[in-house]
Write a protein that binds this ligand. Structure first.
Ligand code: MF3
Ligand code: CO
Length: 253
């Protein structure tokens, strides 16, 4: 599949999709506290998305049973919300979700600290977020896709963390997952040239230990093979003639 270039009209719809998603993230962030179940977070997310007249795009995607992926501690991504999974003080909680606005998808993820966490966990979250920003410094027309991948890898290497290689970022638009795949680790080829109007979901998934992951028997939840902590940070961005535009940023970065 070719990488789609969005028209000015489509870009407006992508912007609104992203703006609404950032608001849902901000609202859910305020709910995260010890004692809440991961299912309550998912239910609230779905309700807010539908309240905006939008549709949760993760729900039923390849059979995924929820609107928000809630992944705790050594869970990397695609944690399935459950009434019996209760958030505790000291946890790190990744929320990944997306929505469809007038046919246009947005996708974003954040990792949140619950109360006091260790300095090591704090650094993992901060470095994962920063690796996204290091990556998208390269997200400019005329640069190549893998310049983003290489920049993320080079930044993470300074900390010795494990980059998850089994999962990647992706193009996004009228589908949640469009071409191209966006690896978060160094590539030998430069990849396709970036052009204005491309919309991309860049999403480093970073482990405190090795980058190796395993799938739980539920068929979805991805956990670190060594059970070290993992963090995730994702935004939907737009390639422009100049700086990339981050479409899914609200109050909570
Ligand atoms: N969050 C994933 C992504 O960023 C997609 C999740 S699909 C779901 O591409 F089915 F798990 F929801
Ligand atoms: Co994504």
């Amino acid at each position: 599949m070719a990488i789609t270039i969005k028209s000015p009209r489509e870009i407006e719809l992508m912007r609104e999709s992203g703006r609404l998603l950032s608001r849902v993230h901000d609202e859910l962030a305020d709910m995260i506290r010890p004692g809440i179940s991961t299912k309550e977070i998912d239910r609230a997310g779905e309700e807010i998305i539908r309240g905006y007249g939008c549709t949760p795009n993760f729900l039923h995607y390849n059979g995924y049973p929820a609107s928000v992926c809630v992944s705790v501690n050594d869970e990397v991504v695609h944690g399935i919300p459950s009434d019996s999974r209760i958030i505790q003080e000291g946890d790190i909680v990744s929320l990944d979700m997306g929505l469809i606005y007038k046919g246009y998808h947005s996708d974003a993820a954040r990792t949140h600290a619950v109360g006091q966490i260790s300095p090591q966990a704090r650094q993992l979250i901060d470095v994962t977020r920063q690796s996204f920003y290091e990556g998208i410094r390269m997200a400019r027309a005329g640069m190549h896709l893998h310049d983003i991948s290489n920049a993320i890898d080079a930044y993470i290497a300074r900390y010795g963390y494990g980059i998850v290689t089994a999962l990647v970022g992706h193009g996004i638009g009228t589908h949640l997952h469009e071409a191209p795949e966006i690896p978060n680790f160094a590539q030998r080829r430069r990849g396709p040239k970036l052009r204005p109007g491309m919309t991309l979901a860049v999403e480093p998934m970073i482990n405190m230990g090795t980058g190796k992951v395993i799938w739980l028997d539920d068929g979805w939840t991805v956990v670190t093979a060594d059970h070290s902590l993992s963090a995730h940070y994702e935004n939907t961005i737009l390639i422009t003639e100049g700086e990339p535009e981050i479409l899914t940023l609200g109050k909570i970065l």
